[in-house]
Write a protein that binds this ligand. Structure first.
Ligand SMILES: Nc1ncnc2c1ncn2[C@@H]1O[C@H](COP(=O)(O)OP(=O)(O)OP(=O)(O)O)[C@@H](O)[C@H]1O
Ligand SMILES: O=c1ccn([C@@H]2O[C@H](COP(=O)(O)O)[C@@H](O)[C@H]2O)c(=O)[nH]1
Length: 240
């Protein structure tokens, strides 16, 4: 009989905001978000506790061309608000799929989402609810990758799973360099020293310091999330 015991009991899933666009040029594609939710549901059904951080690149980034000339901190707050919109969209898609989900925000928007309270988030996870951490770290000049590392460490996740548009970490950006090759595994030190652009150095460094491994994989590859959670070789593992 096949062993269906997941390798990880608690994970932090970082979802690329841009992945929510599907084939669109901007925003949230309802069918795509529904498909992503089904991938998450398959893992939740295994009893895995799931914290989620969603990026905002499908709506706004503080460093995007659209923010040129803006005060950087102001633009970054707009980016954080974009992640709140994505989080609300994801919560609603989860509701449709019958998943019990809570959103907690690092910025106070009390009429819309509850504030981030670590103990409460952990309690929700223990109760089998998915918790979406919105508004990144709540601070400008950071990214949602760093928020994923931070929340992952705070909730005691065993791994950060970075679900993105590419199927792992390459020697160079595979969207720009057709000759780039993929790593099965790479150490934090090597990922940082090579300056690999798939994730920012702050996120890599925080995970390294907290001995929190990262697995980068494609959210568009059916079953990939579940394979990572089962401990199978999928995407790229970043290890200490
Ligand atoms: N060495 C590399 N290996 C893999 N991907 C890379 C590399 N360098 C740059 N990239 C790019 O990094 C992107 C992954 O980052 P992702 O889109 O998840 O970014 P993000 O800023 O976290 O997203 P968002 O803002 O949309 O949430 C890939 O789409 C890929 O093109
Ligand atoms: O802690 C954070 C997280 C995010 N931001 C801003 O939001 C956008 C979108 O996040 P991505 O990680 O790029 O998807 C980001 O460009 C920042 O402008 C932030 O300021 N602090």
């Amino acid at each position: 009989m096949t062993d269906r015991t997941p390798k990880y009991k608690r994970i932090l899933l970082k979802l690329s905001g841009e992945a929510l666009m599907g084939g669109d040029a901007y925003g949230i594609n309802r069918q795509t978000i529904g498909e992503i939710v089904q991938e998450i549901k398959a893992v939740a059904d295994l009893g895995v506790q799931i914290g989620v951080v969603i990026g905002g690149g499908n709506i706004f980034r503080g460093v995007a061309p659209a923010a040129t000339g803006m005060d950087r901190a102001q633009a970054d707050y707009m980016g954080m608000l974009a992640t709140v919109m994505n989080s609300l969209a994801m919560q609603d898609a989860m509701r449709v799929a019958g998943i019990n989900c809570r959103v907690q925000s690092a910025l106070s928007i009390e009429q819309v989402v509850e504030p981030y309270i670590r103990g409460k988030a952990i309690r929700y996870l223990e109760q089998g609810r998915i918790v979406i951490f919105a508004a990144g770290t709540g601070n400008p000049f950071f990214t949602t990758d760093t928020a994923a590392a931070l929340r992952g460490a705070e909730i005691g996740a065993e791994i950060v799973l970075k679900a993105t548009k590419v199927d792992g970490i390459y020697t160079a950006d595979p969207k720009k360099d057709a000759g780039a090759t993929r790593f099965d595994r790479i150490s934090f030190d090597e990922a940082i020293s090579r300056g690999l652009g798939v994730m920012d150095a702050t996120a890599f460094a925080l995970c390294r310091d907290q001995k929190l491994p990262i697995n980068v994989f494609s959210i568009f590859k059916a079953g990939a999330l579940q394979r990572v959670v089962m401990g199978e070789n999928e995407g790229t593992l970043v290890y200490c």
